[in-house]
Design a protein around this ligand. Structure first.
Ligand SMILES: [Zn+2]
Length: 461
């Protein structure tokens, strides 16, 4: 015996777009809310609350009638089930309003549906034809459907594949790490990871252990981290392991960019060019080296041989690509030379222009992150010599590129946005000289595109 309490959905949800969308948002909210709670388990088709009578929320909202449990008796008291019922009811009310009908037999309030109906609905939760893995942070399209699916990719294990055409700049995924860890030798890392894993929920532990390990052997947890971790920021010694982002495979000419947002501590994946439905979503794990060097790096660091479109070019084209990558690295080095920036700013701007062109040739419009960096370098050259006009244009371009590959909410995006408006607030303003001194208002307005580019990169006086 005992007292039942919970809520019914009245009328029940339809399979229609609006109800489906609201239910997905509600489910994602619940997952996020309880992500660190070991009593909540995510199954392929539902979320189970391991308390009281183990109430369940299905991923298909049209099947759902009731969320309830006995809330009195020894089991209920020991497992906090009443608090789960209360919280889930409150969250459901936010999403579905008066359709959520709370009842509690202790107050002589009874549910709307009879128990036979309810049990039948719960049995139907398991019968899903296509189980879609729903991460708490994956983005849904306008119809409430995830914009990618997780599929087996020939020779690569799992991967993400676009369900729809995805436009440039779309945020494909935003995800919190299961854990973050500092780089260290595997024998030291293994016990650290063992302790960190133990502290995670069962669901998170399973997600971690299901990730690919290209370095099986003595240190299995470290092998998973080495295969999968994404750096928390460029060059960071700290890496994050993610349930979904870590399934994204590498390409040397990737169609997407991954970025760590240090403000909110999550990873975002953005499309850097249009991606067609059915196309695999890819990011880059390497530093853009020529073929031989990057193959060796990818094999050593991640344990695979790359055969992406950039690595499968015919020999003559591969040779040309190698030459471009060597040129890109050479230009990157000379642009970053502070002494040259001081004494030969015009040459450095010229190098920036050359780099932009060769990036475009090599990556065909997919080099958004590199061009964001390049525009910021050009901004620095301009501002250190007091040129606010060019600096504001370069910062504006860096901002637009950052929006595409990181989104408006990225701290770096916000920083370059404010510099576009107030370039003089940069700490290097006029540091080297004021020989190019201009104001923002001096950006020429009557030039055509080609003339404007020439002006911008200092190729005409
Ligand atoms: Zn490749």
């Amino acid at each position: 015996m005992g007292i039942d309490a919970g809520f019914d959905m009245v009328p029940r949800l339809s399979k229609g777009v609006v109800d489906r969308h609201n239910w997905d948002r509600f489910i994602n909210f619940i997952k996020e809310h309880y992500k660190d709670d070991a009593q909540i388990e995510i199954k392929p088709n539902y979320i189970i609350f391991k308390a009281g009578e183990h109430p369940i929320l299905p991923f298909e909202g049209h099947k759902f009638l009731r969320f309830s449990s006995k809330v009195s008796g020894p089991t209920a008291a020991a497992t906090r089930v009443e608090s789960y019922i209360d919280t889930v009811t409150r969250i459901a009310k936010v999403h579905f309003g008066s359709r959520v009908q709370y009842w509690n037999e202790g107050f002589d309030h009874f549910g709307n549906y009879d128990w036979n109906e309810v049990h039948e609905s719960i049995r139907s939760y398991e019968q899903v034809r296509h189980a879609v893995v729903i991460s708490p942070f994956l983005l849904l399209d306008k119809l409430g459907i995830p914009i990618f699916e997780i599929k087996d990719i020939l020779g690569k294990g799992k991967g993400l594949v676009a369900r729809f055409n995805i436009s440039k700049g779309t945020r494909i995924l935003v995800e919190k790490p299961l854990l973050t860890v500092r780089s260290m030798p595997p024998n030291e890392l293994e016990p650290v990871l063992a302790a960190r894993l133990k502290a995670l929920s069962k669901a998170s532990q399973r997600q971690f252990l299901s990730l690919r390990n290209n370095f099986p052997g003595k240190y299995p947890f470290s092998g998973i981290v080495k295969t999968n971790a994404l750096p928390c920021g460029p060059g960071s010694p700290v890496g994050g392991v993610y349930p979904t982002a870590c399934l994204i495979n590498h390409s040397c000419i990737p169609n997407s960019h991954h970025s760590w947002n240090s403000n909110v501590e999550h990873e975002t994946i953005h499309a850097v060019r249009p991606i067609e439905a059915g196309e695999e979503i890819t990011i880059s794990y390497d530093r853009g080296d020529p073929y031989i060097v990057r193959q060796a790096f990818l094999n050593e660091a991640f344990g695979f041989d790359c055969n992406c479109s950039g690595c499968s070019l015919p020999p003559s084209e591969l040779q040309a690509s190698n030459a471009r990558r060597i040129l890109i690295q050479g230009l990157d080095d000379t642009i970053g030379d502070p002494f040259r920036m001081m004494v030969s700013p015009k040459e450095v701007l010229g190098d920036c222009h050359s780099l932009l062109q060769v990036l475009e040739e090599e990556y065909g419009g997919c080099a958004t992150a590199s061009s964001a960096r390049l525009y910021y370098d050009a901004f620095q050259v301009s501002i250190t010599h007091g040129d606010q006009a060019r600096a504001s244009v370069f910062a504006e371009r860096a901002y637009k590129a950052r929006v595409v590959c990181e989104g408006e909410d990225s701290p770096e995006t916000q920083r370059v946005k404010s510099l576009a408006l107030k370039p003089s607030e940069h700490s290097s303003f006029g540091l080297c000289s004021t020989k190019w001194k201009t104001t923002r208002e001096m950006v020429p307005k009557s030039l055509n595109t080609a003339q404007f580019e020439k002006w911008l990169f200092g190729e005409q006086s």
